[in-house]
Design a protein around this ligand. Structure first.
Ligand SMILES: *[C@@H]1O[C@H](CO)[C@@H](O)[C@H](O)[C@H]1NC(C)=O
Ligand SMILES: *[C@@H]1O[C@H](CO)[C@@H](O)[C@H](O)[C@H]1NC(C)=O
Ligand SMILES: *[C@@H]1O[C@H](CO)[C@@H](O)[C@H](O)[C@H]1NC(C)=O
Ligand SMILES: *[C@@H]1O[C@H](CO)[C@@H](O)[C@H](O)[C@H]1NC(C)=O
Ligand SMILES: *[C@@H]1O[C@H](CO)[C@@H](O)[C@H](O)[C@H]1NC(C)=O
Length: 257
């Protein structure tokens, strides 16, 4: 839960002129201290790689299903590697969508249980906000219900979001200029050196760039958007589109827990 909140809070940040929207791919990280969360360090080959997912460590349906490579088996009440959509029978229709991004609900039997099937999400199939909101046709789009219609909304970046309510979930809405990323600023703290805090927290003062960050705080203070490359704090080039959409969908998963 904590990780997810952190992800949401830091999903896109800008340092004045500098803008960082990507979190590091495990493979760009060069020092063991920065190799964490979804990444793991191998001292044998001095390399950081993505952790292999062990689905059996998830003990609840929502956390299990929120990992795309894992799915909850309703008959055993255990989390295991995802197999195929049609293998899953659920009592809550919407759970089909979370088994994998390739699954949608299939037929519902007389017992009220729904067998999932392979398919893609189409926003126009949903008739009300509870069915529509936060369904996701792909990595950059969520469905949103407005004016009696469920329509796809581009959430690929804050500035693309046209709906105030959706924007306000993870970005900043300004009357007249629309949706933009939160600005995070670097400031020198009397006690602990460099900190990053959100623009909304008026306690922070500006610094010009990330050059004050060091090998021990570059990664952490930028929430994994910069990494220590051996001599400087460098911007990550890894892709974050998946993490970004997960923040929007994850938000609703969190509310449901
Ligand atoms: C999926 O599982 C891996 C390994 O346990 C974990 O690092 C990652 O954060 C999980 N992703 C989500 C979206 O829960
Ligand atoms: C689950 O998938 C992972 C990664 O794809 C694989 O390494 C592991 O052996 C699988 N586990 C089982 C029980 O099939
Ligand atoms: C769920 O568990 C049952 C019992 O072990 C097994 O027969 C079935 O194949 C599992 N389903 C999936 C989708 O893994
Ligand atoms: C939304 O629409 C679906 C399908 O038409 C219906 O089954 C469901 O009860 C509706 N939910 C609400 C909260 O109105
Ligand atoms: C995602 O889905 C939306 C709506 O269905 C579509 O307009 C858009 O082109 C798709 N984007 C990608 C990258 O597939």
């Amino acid at each position: 839960m904590k990780t997810q909140l952190l992800l949401i809070a830091t999903i896109s940040l800008s340092f004045q002129a500098l803008t960082a929207t990507k979190i590091c791919d495990c493979t760009e990280i060069v020092q063991p201290a920065d190799c964490k969360d979804g990444c793991t360090w191998s001292s044998a080959d001095s390399a950081c790689t993505a952790k292999t997912v062990d689905c059996t460590t998830y003990t609840s349906q929502p956390t299990c299903d929120s990992n795309d490579s894992c799915a909850w088996n309703d008959s055993t009440s255990k989390c295991a590697n995802f197999t195929a959509c049609v293998d899953y029978t659920v009592s809550v229709v919407d759970q089909c969508y979370s088994k994998s991004s390739t699954c949608i609900p299939g037929a519902t039997g007389t017992d009220g249980k729904t067998t999932c099937k392979t398919g893609s999400v189409s926003c126009s199939n949903f008739q009300n906000s509870s069915d529509c909101n936060f369904k996701s046709p792909n990595d950059t789009t969520i469905c949103w219900f407005k004016a009696s219609t469920c329509s796809p909304i581009d959430v690929s970046k804050c500035s693309a979001i046209t709906e105030q309510e959706v924007c306000a979930l993870h970005c900043k809405w300004t009357q007249g200029s629309g949706c933009s990323a939160f600005t995070l600023t670097v400031h020198l703290d009397d006690h602990s050196g460099v900190n990053i805090c959100t623009w909304a927290n008026n306690a922070c003062t500006d610094a010009t760039d990330v050059s004050a960050l060091t090998s021990s705080n570059c990664f952490d203070k930028t929430s994994g958007h910069y990494y220590w490359d051996g001599s400087a704090c460098s911007e990550c080039s890894g892709s974050s589109s998946k993490a970004y959409i997960m923040a929007f969908i994850g938000f609703i998963a969190m509310v449901m827990f």
